[in-house]
Design a protein around this ligand. Structure first.
Ligand SMILES: *[C@@H]1O[C@H](CO)[C@@H](O)[C@H](O)[C@H]1NC(C)=O
Length: 237
């Protein structure tokens, strides 16, 4: 009898233990599910707050998003051609975005910004023209011709800038220092900075081109965008 009763109570106790641990597990589970998230994260945050945190200084932003700043006495520029449909041309000068999608002043063709630096500030006189493929070649000719001496002309293609570009304009751009304008083809990505009435330093990026090539194109039917950037000594202008 005794033995049987003892055995029974052992079974009962074991059963009770299992029930209790099941209940404990279930309550823990309920707590974990229902405790509001921010209570947990607040505790975690307080914990982090106690430890000394080493943080690298945020990288300093430079004019026109250059990696390193131009030295004093220089103007910063960056010219980016368009890429695919959603990537239109960007022209930046001294941290001013002269041509961009955000400005709403970019379009298919050759985008041109003119910077007239005669008046020290170098900001007024900025103009922008988009020469598209529907025969504005003559307009581009007039535009370049009417830019005064002592100006910079910054150019970038978006989509196609070549189809209706006539030889007389190409000559004019060549006179500004371009070596690639005569090679421009359908949807070539092309960027260029030229000067009127003075010479740009030899050691700065002035021009780049990338042709459309169906085997290599980054985007469907479009070559990768291309860019140049650099610093122009103010005393040149
Ligand atoms: C030209 O574009 C292709 C893709 O379209 C790309 O792979 C290549 O790197 C680009 N070349 C330059 C010089 O950016």
């Amino acid at each position: 009898d005794e033995i049987v009763a003892g055995g029974n109570s052992l079974v009962l106790r074991c059963f009770g233990l299992v029930l209790a641990s099941l209940a404990a597990w279930y309550m823990g589970y309920l707590l974990a599910v229902h405790v509001p998230q921010n209570t947990v994260s607040l505790a975690a945050l307080q914990d982090i707050g106690k430890k000394p945190v080493l943080r690298a200084p945020a990288p300093k932003r430079h004019k026109c998003d250059h990696w390193s700043p131009c030295s004093p006495g220089n103007f910063a520029y960056r010219i980016l051609s368009g890429g695919a449909k959603q990537r239109s041309a960007k022209i930046c000068f001294e941290d001013e975005l002269l041509i961009s999608e955000e400005n709403g002043n970019t379009g298919s063709g050759i985008n041109i910004a003119v910077v007239d630096c005669k008046n020290v500030l170098c900001v007024p006189g900025i103009t922008r023209r988009v020469i598209d493929s529907t025969d504005h070649s003559g307009e581009m000719m007039d535009f370049i011709k009417s830019a005064p001496e002592g100006t910079l002309l910054l150019m970038a293609t978006y989509d196609d800038g070549s189809t209706k570009l006539k030889n007389d304009v190409k000559k004019l751009v060549e006179e500004l220092g371009s070596k690639e304008i005569k090679n421009i083809k359908f949807r070539s990505s092309w960027v260029f900075i030229g000067a009127k009435g003075f010479k740009l330093p030899d050691n700065i990026q002035k021009e780049k081109i990338n042709h459309s090539d169906n085997k290599k194109n980054r985007y469907n039917g479009w070559p990768a965008e291309i860019q140049i950037e650099g610093c122009i000594p103010r005393n040149l202008i």
